[in-house]
Design a protein around this ligand. Structure first.
Ligand code: UDP
Ligand code: MG
Length: 328
């Protein structure tokens, strides 16, 4: 009996939806087409999270659910933002692997197959990394500045040019569920959690229909979540600034002593005292702010309440073979 039917892995897609009425049908059709040849090996399901859309997205999704039993529709009570919509999806999904994708067809569905291949090779997180993108120059510029800055500052290695388009193994999903911080930067959390991660390169397409749900204000907030959520460097910079300014006051003292000794006729009475005192006190104040900052930084990371560590596996000294026979 060697042809024992292997159990099909369950793979779920998560689609956050915000005002995507003209994309939903095409998206579902494309994903369905792309995954159909693999239906023998995988048990696919599709989780659509409606993030308080103001258009007919929810109606489209309801119709979709009526046609395709593999579809689940989650309706959030209002617009909570992309990261929260994906979080809701991750909390509710039940599958061996999850693929997170944007719903405007900017993330090409065929790339999902490459993500699956890497998963089969044993990777727990496969993120799709943009080789090129079709966005307007402004978005490209701000995005690359953001990633440069983030990689300089953040305490974890967050891969550049990756969005949330990625495959995540069930065990990573289970870990992510433990991270309940409010200002979420999911791609950072996924890096933070660890496990075996790899990249697949792809060319990002243009948005199919509709407009971006990330206007500049939301983008800046998102960037701040990324940087503040994964580093307390800005707080530590305060202290450095304070030392720098105090140093200036000492240089000022040297300058004044020099003037008094070598060119006393040019000395302006009272000037030295005021200027040096200003730099000195300014420096002390900023250093003290930095001291407050370092406590705030610690309070912040304590309040984030992240799990202290994640165990990938525990191995004992007994080889697996012997353990099994011992159990028998
Ligand atoms: N999205 C969401 N809630 C929001 C904004 C966006 O669920 O408040 C979804 C949106 O429907 C899309 C994905 O997040 O599936 C990415 O958004 P978008 O394409 O607008 O961002 P961009 O590609 O312009 O950065
Ligand atoms: Mg988009």
């Amino acid at each position: 009996m060697e042809t024992e039917p292997t159990k099909r892995s369950r793979v779920a897609f998560i689609f956050p939806i915000y005002d995507e009425e003209d994309n939903i049908d095409l998206l579902h059709r494309t994903v369905d087409e792309v995954t159909a040849p693999l239906a023998a090996r995988y048990d696919f399901s599709f989780l659509y999270v409606d993030d308080g859309s103001r258009d007919a997205s929810l109606d489209r999704l309801t119709e979709l659910g009526a046609r395709d039993p593999r579809v689940t529709v989650v309706e959030l009570s209002r617009n909570f933002g992309h990261q929260m919509a994906v979080t809701a999806g991750l909390d509710l999904v039940d599958a061996d692997a999850v693929i997170i994708m944007d719903s405007d067809l900017q993330d090409p569905p065929r790339v999902a197959l490459e993500l699956l291949e890497k998963w089969e090779e044993g990777y727990d997180v496969v993120y799709a990394q943009r080789r090129s993108r079709q966005d307007p120059p402004f978005k490209r510029l701000t995005a690359s500045a953001f990633y440069w800055f983030l990689r300089k500052m953040a305490a974890v290695d967050i891969p550049k040019n990756t969005g949330d388009f990625r495959l995540i193994d069930r065990k990573v999903v289970d870990e992510l569920r433990k991270y309940r911080e409010r200002d979420r930067f999911l791609r950072g959390l996924v890096s933070y959690v660890g496990f075996k991660q790899t990249a697949v390169l792809f060319d990002r397409d243009k948005r199919n229909a509709g407009v971006t749900g990330y206007p500049l204000t939301k983008m800046l907030r998102f960037a701040a979540d990324g940087i503040l959520g994964f580093s307390t460097t800005p707080l530590r910079m305060i202290t450095r600034m304070g030392y720098l300014i105090s140093l200036l006051s000492f240089l000022g003292v040297l300058y004044v002593v020099g003037v008094k000794l070598f060119a006393p006729e040019t000395a302006v009475p009272g000037w030295a005292f005021i200027t040096i005192a200003m730099f000195f006190l300014g420096g002390i104040q900023i250093i003290m702010l930095g001291v407050l900052g370092s406590y705030i930084g610690r309070t912040y990371s304590q309040v984030q309440n992240r799990p202290l560590y994640t165990v990938a596996s525990v191995r004992t000294g007994v080889p697996a073979e012997d353990r099994r026979s011992a159990a028998r």
